[in-house]
Design a protein around this ligand. Structure first.
Ligand code: MN
Length: 397
């Protein structure tokens, strides 16, 4: 029994997870924290004599205070020379692009908002029994140079950038930007995977129509990502070449949380024709988040070598996540969304994106904070399962 010495065992015999987790966390080294203190004192100078805690520096150079300092994601090192990204295990990368929104814009400010609120966190989670700060070499790779007003050039920039990170052996945590980015993001990863790639897409919207107002928009990523051969019987699009990435099969695209009254008409035809798995919000409430995640994993992983997670923040009810471009009431509760993300990430991911955070409509940074949590919960879950990071190296016997 790995229980804590005293606490956590009730009369019912139920062992509190919290106490079990405290035990696990106590065995993780504090190497990074110790290094940060040394570095802060070296770069930030010694504190005034009246400050009793001598680990505090004069100028803030580490995580504390959370409201101070220059924010990268989680105050991770800024990998300014992106050729050195290979020195890390995971990289946050911003894609500040919202030209492909069809209702209200603003998601170009998503990465900055997520960075800002991420300063609240230090990577330590009792519920998750994980210390990302110690267990994962994380950096902030900065933003991709997007071309405002030009969707196609931006797609090319994004694919090349994500491909650079992925082929450097680094897990990409992509922060949008609008959902059109799903296509160039996956295009940066899937060609480097020797086998099929499943996609778990959590969203209120299908986002699988061919075009929207004559262009590829944030309503179209999965049309261009999932493969449809020209042998298909349909002839209702102008191009006669294959569509999509050859190793992204529509049967491995699981679309979770779909519903509401906005923009589904054209995408529904494509989803039906290609045979994607459409799990409505009602399906999720019927199944419960755990069962829904289990089913999504089964469908996405079937015959695949890897799975990619695409999380649209508008999948969470706008009561909690108002800062988004196309809000749709009746979505997931934050607790449900985060539980599903943790369960999905547990099996490992080849990359992830969180998109559609539009800070101009946000309240108290709630939406940006939820986006940050989706990233952290996915990373934490993968660390615990040994899918990412170096847990074995930092666990004391
Ligand atoms: Mn959406």
């Amino acid at each position: 029994m790995v229980a804590g010495k005293k606490g956590g065992k009730g009369p019912t015999g139920y062992q509190l997870r919290g106490n079990r987790n405290l035990e696990r966390l106590s065995r993780i080294t504090t190497k990074r924290q110790d290094e940060e203190i040394k570095r802060s004192l070296k770069l930030g100078l010694e504190a005034a004599p009246s400050v009793v805690d001598r680990t505090i520096s004069l100028f803030s150079r580490g995580h504390q205070p959370a409201f101070a300092g220059i924010n990268t994601f989680m105050k991770a090192p800024y990998c300014e020379d992106v050729r050195k990204v290979k020195n890390y295990e995971a990289a946050f990368v911003g894609v500040p692009f919202d030209t492909a929104t069809t209702y209200r814009p603003g998601a170009r400010f998503g990465p900055q908002a997520v960075r800002r609120i991420s300063a609240l966190y230090d990577g330590y989670s009792v519920d998750g029994a994980v210390d990302i700060y110690e267990e994962l070499d994380l950096c902030d790779a900065g933003d991709v140079f997007v071309i405002p007003g030009n969707i196609e050039k931006t797609f090319d920039q994004v694919t090349r950038a994500i491909s650079h990170i992925f082929t450097s052996g680094v897990f990409p945590i992509i922060c949008g930007g609008d959902h059109s980015l799903g296509f160039p993001n996956v295009r940066g990863i899937a060609p480097h995977i020797d086998g099929n790639v499943g996609i778990i897409h959590i969203d209120r919207h299908l986002d699988i129509q061919e075009k929207d107002m004559d262009e590829r928009m944030h309503t179209t990523p999965w049309y261009w990502t999932t493969h449809e051969p020209t042998t298909s019987t349909h002839r209702d699009h102008s191009h006669m070449h294959d569509v999509g990435l050859p190793n992204c099969r529509p049967e491995n695209l699981v679309q979770m949380g779909i519903g509401g009254w906005y923009g589904s008409r054209p995408g529904a035809v494509v989803a039906k024709r290609r045979g994607t798995s459409v799990m409505t919000m009602t399906d999720i409430t019927d199944l419960g988040p755990a069962k829904a995640a289990e089913m999504a994993l089964e469908l996405a992983w079937k015959g695949c070598k890897a799975v990619y997670l695409s999380f649209d923040i508008d999948s969470i009810d706008p009561g909690f996540a108002p800062g988004t471009g196309s809000p749709e009431p009746g979505g997931l509760l934050p607790r449900e969304a985060l539980e599903m993300v943790r369960l999905i990430a547990r099996e490992g991911l080849c990359g992830m994106e969180v998109v559609e955070v539009a800070p101009p409509y946000d309240v108290n940074d709630n939406t940006a904070q939820l986006a940050c949590r989706v990233m952290l919960d996915a990373l934490g879950s993968m660390c615990v399962e040994g899918k990412i990071g170096h847990r074995a190296k930092v666990m004391k016997k």
